[in-house]
Ligand binder design. Structure first.
Ligand code: AMP
Ligand code: MG
Length: 343
């Protein structure tokens, strides 16, 4: 009897030592948030010890910081700001990360037939989105700014690691794609450090990997487009990105009318009639760029785009009816009948 119990004990100890899932039972969870990229960035890492989680989360924040330093339009010394100052003049040698994002941006411009266009800089400036003070421009002003908006005038020379903006007065803005890219970089950093379960959320552009609990994936609440504290639905997410573009994120109100920060490059006007677009994809950069693209395209053309891309799903909330007061949801093929929104 005694021998048996010792054997059992040894066996149990052996099993304990080799059991690959052992970490689950005594896992630590480190959760931090910091204001970055004009939003609150939250990073969660689950792992076998606190020190590893701490170091990984710190490294992930640094990756985001580095992306912001290179790509922010609000930092005068970022590579994006420098490239804008050289518009119509000369080439600029850029970090590979910036070139990759420029190349991806041009790809999403083509995919969305110009709805997504990072050369909207002159329009954003004109409407006052850099001053945080809205201005209703004249038709003439819009026409002038619009003549400098065209993604085809971005020239990328990968072999020489450089790019240029062909026309004077052009300006790019990576606000619709850089956050997603930063999230992907942060996730990559966490994984490289050995973290297998985690979440990086840059103000609604997020990527969740692994499972926080053996039986349950990450649960991501989607904010109600009109009521900040309310959750419209909860999505189950595992090894996937979710990004949301909303008319409630940045906007100004003039004479009772709301002007959102997402512009139609073809008309030069802020998009009307859309409350929010949420896109799920295999990378946060893709989800981010597509959410903005679909926001510009609207429900019909937006759904058509989502439905023809493999592995991509989305939820569109349009503002319809008199005064745009009615919120109307549209779902991509894979979500239809599976998700409902609580308005
Ligand atoms: P997001 O919140 O990802 O939809 O990005 C919105 C931001 O992208 C805006 O604040 C602008 O900086 C920029 N932007 C606005 N309109 C467009 C557009 N049509 N294509 C690409 N970027 C845009
Ligand atoms: Mg976006």
């Amino acid at each position: 009897m005694k021998t048996l119990s010792i054997t059992t004990l040894i066996l149990a100890l052996l099993f304990y030592l080799v059991d690959p899932t052992r970490a689950c039972g005594e896992e630590v969870r480190v959760e931090r948030s910091r204001p970055m990229m004009g939003t609150m960035v939250e990073i969660t890492a689950l792992g076998p010890d606190r020190d590893l989680c701490d170091r990984s989360v710190e490294q992930a924040f640094q990756e985001i910081e580095a992306v912001d330093r290179l790509m922010s339009s609000f930092k005068g010394d970022s590579q994006v700001s420098q490239l804008n100052r050289l518009a119509g003049k000369t080439w600029m040698v850029l970090d590979p990360e910036v070139l990759d994002v420029l190349e991806a941006a041009v790809l999403y411009s083509r995919l969305s037939e110009g709805a997504f266009d990072i050369t909207v800089g002159p329009l954003l400036r004109l409407w006052g989105f850099y001053r945080d003070k809205g201005h209703l421009p004249s038709t003439q002003e819009i026409g002038q700014a619009r003549s400098r908006v065209n993604y085809r005038d971005i020239e990328i020379d990968q072999p020489k690691g450089r790019a240029r903006l062909k026309k004077p007065g052009m300006a790019i803005d990576l606000g619709a794609i850089a956050k997603g890219y930063a999230v992907d970089k942060a996730v990559e950093a966490l994984k490289k450090k050995g973290i297998r379960k985690g979440l990086v959320n840059a103000g609604g552009d997020l990527y969740a990997f692994g499972r926080p609990e053996e039986k349950a994936p990450w649960l991501i609440g989607l904010q109600h487009p009109r009521e900040r504290e309310k959750v419209a639905t909860v999505l189950e997410v595992e090894d996937r990105a979710v990004a949301t573009s909303g008319n409630y994120e940045r906007y100004f109100v003039l004479k009772g009318k709301r002007y959102t920060h997402i512009l139609d490059p073809r008309t030069g006007w802020p998009i009307q009639g859309m409350a929010s677009v949420t896109v799920m994809a295999d990378s946060a950069m893709k989800a981010d760029a597509l959410a903005t693209s679909v926001f510009v395209l609207g429900p019909q053309r937006g759904l058509a785009l989502l439905n023809r891309l493999p592995g991509v799903e989305g939820i569109i909330v349009a503002e319809e009816g008199p005064g745009g007061k009615q919120l109307v949801p549209y779902f991509s093929k894979g979500l239809k009948g599976r998700v409902s929104l609580d308005f």
